[in-house]
Write a protein that binds this ligand. Structure first.
Ligand SMILES: Cc1ncc(C[n+]2csc(CCOP(=O)(O)OP(=O)(O)O)c2C)c(N)n1
Length: 286
């Protein structure tokens, strides 16, 4: 019998450039939107010339915050749950020339990490944050999050959620972020453009991505783990800014608005001000 020739696996150039192939595959569930966001992020970084040498990947704790975990080339920093911006602040202040891409979840960012998030916006910390919003605590088994829709049945709200969800875009805008946008993980091209814009904006950039989680949000809230049905739910519950403008407040009820909400570069951030101050003080002492 002749030996069957081993085929060389085809590896995407982005994977080759940014990821440590020996650590693959990723641990996301079938139908999870995380892979789409990772793809968009790598494409955006590559287009802008970000490399593992000039970029630091920072993440918190959760499904969406176990993306890099030493499986990406370059520096990977794992912060404690919710402490991503505290860690990123120290590092960016010390290494202002490096690019910082932060990965966080809705629980990580606006629940346990809500305080740090507010102050990253207020300080206009010059990093780009990708917030994966699956509207539930995914990794720990489907508990209610501050982003879970009102009335939703989750592991910890068996009779329905009695709290209104937080609008992350409004909070980020009010707290002073420089770039604020929201997309679904399937909005691939707008997402890539948005990540690029976020990286290029001097100041705090927050890109919220509605990320379907068939395993927890699907199973508990929608009563289905069928990824297609979960995507359909997002299709039915999201509208663009343009569509929202044409609707009355009653018609907009329960719809999540997609688009760019803030793009401002009229306010310097903490990193720039800190280094200006250091130079000033050093100049005075000489
Ligand atoms: C200080 C602390 N509290 C609680 C936990 C348990 N924990 C791990 S992940 C997680 C929820 C993460 O939710 P989210 O940020 O929405 O990420 P997802 O898993 O849904 O992507 C929690 C509560 C922890 N690891 N550390």
């Amino acid at each position: 019998m002749s030996a069957v020739a081993q085929k060389e696996p085809i590896i995407h150039p982005l994977v080759q450039k940014y990821l440590r192939i020996e650590r693959m595959p990723h641990a996301a569930c079938p139908g999870c939107g995380i892979g789409q966001v990772v793809h968009a992020t790598l494409l955006a970084c590559d287009d802008l010339g970000l490399t593992p040498e000039n970029t630091v990947w920072v993440q918190g704790v959760g499904c969406s915050s176990r993306i890099t975990y030493s499986s990406w080339k370059g520096d990977n920093i794992d912060a404690h749950h919710g402490r991503i911006f505290a860690v990123a602040t120290g590092m960016k202040m010390a290494k202002p020339d490096l690019n910082f891409i932060c990965f966080t979840g809705d629980g990580d960012c606006v629940s346990i990490g809500g305080n740090h998030f507010l102050h990253a916006c207020r300080r206009n910390l010059d990093v780009t944050a990708l917030l994966f919003n699956n509207a539930i605590y995914g990794m720990t088994g489907g508990q209610v999050a501050p982003t879970t829709p009102v009335g939703a049945h989750t592991m910890t709200t068996p009779y329905g959620n009695i709290e209104d969800p937080i609008d992350i875009m409004e909070v980020a805008a009010a707290a002073g972020a420089a770039y604020v946008a929201r997309w679904r993980s399937v909005d691939f091209q707008p997402l890539v453009r948005s990540i690029k814009k976020g990286v290029q904006t001097k100041g705090f950039a927050l890109i919220e991505v509605l990320t379907p989680c068939p395993t927890q949000f699907g199973r508990y809230v929608l009563r289905t783990a069928d990824a297609k049905k979960v995507f359909q739910w997002y299709k039915e519950h999201t509208i663009t800014k343009k569509q929202a403008e044409k609707l009355s407040p009653e018609e907009r009820e329960g719809k999540i608005v997609l688009g760019e909400f803030v793009h401002r570069e009229d306010r310097t951030g903490i990193v720039e001000r800190y280094w200006e101050q250091v130079k000033h003080i050093q100049g005075e002492e000489v």
